[in-house]
Design a protein. Structure first.
Length: 114
């Protein structure tokens, strides 16, 4: 299963999430899971994006994400949500290596691990 870590700002829409995911998914990917900060599970855009595609979505506390070593940590993200990475760390919690590093598409940040 491919895991796409997703970080967003509040109020992001499902179309924005899907555009970002589609920008980084490998061609032909069929088994996909979204992974994010547990607080972002409350975002309707993330839940709706997962529902539209029939993908599971899981959330993790900032404390768990903060323990994952990532190639591109962000001090700004750490100050805002309590972990230096959401997308890369959330992806790596389910995959052994990043296949697509942190990529920003509009208001959504995504990373892929397999």
């Amino acid at each position: 299963m491919i895991t796409v870590g997703v970080g967003t700002t509040s109020g992001v829409g499902a179309d924005e999430v899907l555009a970002a995911v589609d920008a980084v998914l490998p061609p032909g990917a069929t088994s996909v899971r979204l992974s994010t900060l547990d607080a972002r599970l409350l975002e309707p855009g993330i839940r709706e994006a997962a529902t539209r595609r029939g993908w599971p979505v899981v959330g993790h506390p900032a404390s768990a994400l903060a323990t994952v070593p990532v190639p591109t940590p962000s001090g700004r993200v750490a100050s805002a949500v309590g972990t230096a990475s959401v997308a890369e760390a959330a992806a790596l919690l389910h995959g052994d290596r990043l296949t697509v590093p942190k990529t920003v598409v509009g208001r959504v940040t995504v990373a892929v691990a397999g």
